[in-house]
Structure formats: C-alpha cells, structure tokens
Design a protein around this ligand. Structure first.
Ligand code: ZN
Length: 168
C-alpha cells in the first residue's frame, strides 16, 4: 500500500517527512545575465524573459513529477522550461484560463542537483487547470532523469536526492 515518505536524514539526523519538493526561482541562464539585462527582462514566480545579443529568451515555470515506489505522492521538481515566442505568448494569453489541450515544446532550463547535467533536455510543457503549474513530460532519452520519470525511483534514492537538495 502506498504510504507517506519519511526518513531519518544521514546529514542532519532529523526526520524529514512528506514527499520532497524542490523548486528553482529562475531559469539558470537568466541568473547568468548582467543586472542591466535582468532589469530590462522580467522574472515572476511563473514567467521569465530576457534579451541578449541572440534575441529574446522566454521561460515558464512548471512541475516535473518523479514517482516514488510505494509512496503515494511523487518527488516534485519546480523547474523552468524555455518556450518559443509563440508558445510563450499563447501561455500568457491563456494564463487565467489554460487550454489543457495545448502542448508546448521546450528545453529544461535548470541544472538539477544529483543528476548529470539536466540542462536543455527536451520536454513537452502541458498546461493544467485548477491553478496548477504546467506539467513537464520529458522526451525519450537515456538521461537518468528521464529514466526516473518513466520508471520511478526507489525510496532509498529519493532519500539520497532529497538529502543532496537540502544539505548541499
Ligand atoms: Zn536533513
């Protein structure tokens, strides 16, 4: 029967309860920009863009759920995906009333801890209703994050990833 995730942390010795959830406040490339570029761009809890010499880059925040074997709630990553200008505009236009039939192509725009570089993994961004952030569906790949998305992870590995996120 599916239970609640909880473990005694080998790093701080506390009991951590609840399925882990870790988020990024911005797409990593935005953080690498100068203050001037950032100032002329935009960053909210859900939306981001900035303009450099290559043009304007658009991003949305979304959720990637990794199932944990034997646990009801998944491991949740709050991460950013790039979007094309057209997709971003459509997303903004339908922000208050998302069309769940939409599906936008994007590239993962954060470096997740624990995994080999997750940057630029290909994804679909799928809008959700009920004020939920869009769900990410990675394209097929041998990358460990994508394998974990498809197969789920065991409790021991969920614990290992959570400890890395919380304490490093
Ligand atoms: Zn801990």
């Amino acid at each position: 029967m599916a239970g609640i995730f909880s473990f005694k942390c080998s790093s701080c010795e506390e009991i951590h309860e609840g399925s882990p959830s870790f988020g990024f406040n911005a797409p990593d490339p935005y953080l690498e920009q100068s203050d001037e570029v950032k100032g002329q761009g935009k960053l909210t809890e859900d939306l981001c863009f900035y303009t450099d010499e290559d043009g304007t880059h658009y991003f949305v925040r979304a959720v990637l759920e990794i199932p944990i074997h034997g646990v009801s709630e998944p491991f949740m990553w709050g991460i950013w995906s790039s979007l094309s200008k057209a997709s971003y505009e459509r997303y903004v236009e339908t922000y208050d009333c998302p069309d769940t039939g939409d599906c936008f192509f994007g590239y993962l725009s954060n470096y997740l801890p624990y995994y080999e570089s997750t940057y630029a993994l290909k994804l679909d961004v799928q809008p959700q209703d009920n004020n939920q952030r869009p769900q990410l569906v990675p394209h097929e790949s041998e990358h460990q994050l994508v394998v974990d998305y498809e197969n789920g992870i065991c409790i021991a590995r969920a614990q290992e990833i959570a400890e890395k996120c919380m304490h490093s």
